[in-house]
Design a protein around this ligand. Structure first.
Ligand code: ATP
Ligand code: MG
Length: 235
């Protein structure tokens, strides 16, 4: 469903992503891990067509991201690290706008809005201005936006950051449910979250992949994911 080959991204002299390759199959939930500055957000932005690469190839749902960005954007729900919420729109107005951009209209749009709003528990803030929402609710609105139209692929950059403990569980459950017939790539610094919802793990360190394996193979009774992560991203 996603194929990344020799992907490189340089910001002037800084090599943020140094030629990485990996695949994600349909129905997989890939945990994309790495220390701060490892290149996770950069990679995810490239996967969704939000950022051009320096070199390499990325295919999502059979489309080359660089040649067919619109086809890719139509099939990918993306929760950016900082969701670009328009502070002077209210929640419903913003989601309606986001849904229209994804090509939803009329009854399909209304149904999609309702599903996303219910799934993310934001029914009580639909009439409020985004600029006045708390951090956690802003995050939920960002997630609701990503889920609109039930995209085949979800790319979620730290989806549970800023949420309260109840909502964290809700959202994890939701991602788990969604993954039954979708492909999910998510980044997080919360390793128990990975254990709970991911089937596969890619660990990136200084722009290079240092692990790509099933969660099962990366952990064992005597070795936690924390230890593996620590060992692979030390220097
Ligand atoms: N627009 C930019 N211009 C210059 N450098 C950038 C830009 N965006 C990211 N970088 C650099 O690229 C590297 C990778 O950053 P990236 O945001 O992808 O890391 P990350 O793995 O998402 O980190 P975090 O866990 O802190 O979110 C960092 O050194 C960062 O400073
Ligand atoms: Mg990041």
């Amino acid at each position: 469903m996603i194929e990344v080959r020799e992907l490189e991204k340089r910001y002037h002299k800084l090599v943020a992503v140094a030629g990485i390759s990996f695949k994600v199959d349909r129905g997989e939930v890939l945990g994309f891990l790495g220390p701060n500055g490892a290149g996770k957000t950069t990679t995810m932005r490239i996967l969704t067509g939000a950022l051009p690469a320096t070199s390499g190839r990325v295919e999502v749902a059979g489309f080359n991201v660089f040649d067919r960005p619109l086809e890719v954007k139509r099939r990918v729900g993306y929760l950016p690290e900082t969701p670009p919420l328009y502070n002077d729109l209210d929640t419903l107005g913003y989601l309606r706008f986001a849904g229209r951009i994804k090509g939803l209209r009329g009854r399909r749009l209304r149904a999609a809005l309702q599903r996303s709003i219910d799934a993310c528990g934001i029914g009580e803030v639909t009439g409020r201005l985004l600029g006045n929402l708390s951090k956690g609710f802003r995050q939920r609105v960002g997630l609701a936006q990503a889920l609109l139209g039930e995209p085949e692929v979800l790319v979620l950059d730290e989806p549970t950051i800023g949420l309260d403990p109840n909502q964290i569980q809700e959202i994890r459950r939701l991602i788990h449910e969604l993954a039954a017939d979708r492909t999910v790539v998510l980044s997080t610094h919360i390793l128990p979250e990975v254990v709970q919802i991911c089937s596969r793990v890619v660990i990136i360190h200084r722009g290079r992949i240092v692990a790509d394996d099933s969660l099962q193979n990366l952990t064992s009774d005597s070795r936690s994911l924390e230890q593996t992560f620590h060992d692979l991203t030390q220097q």
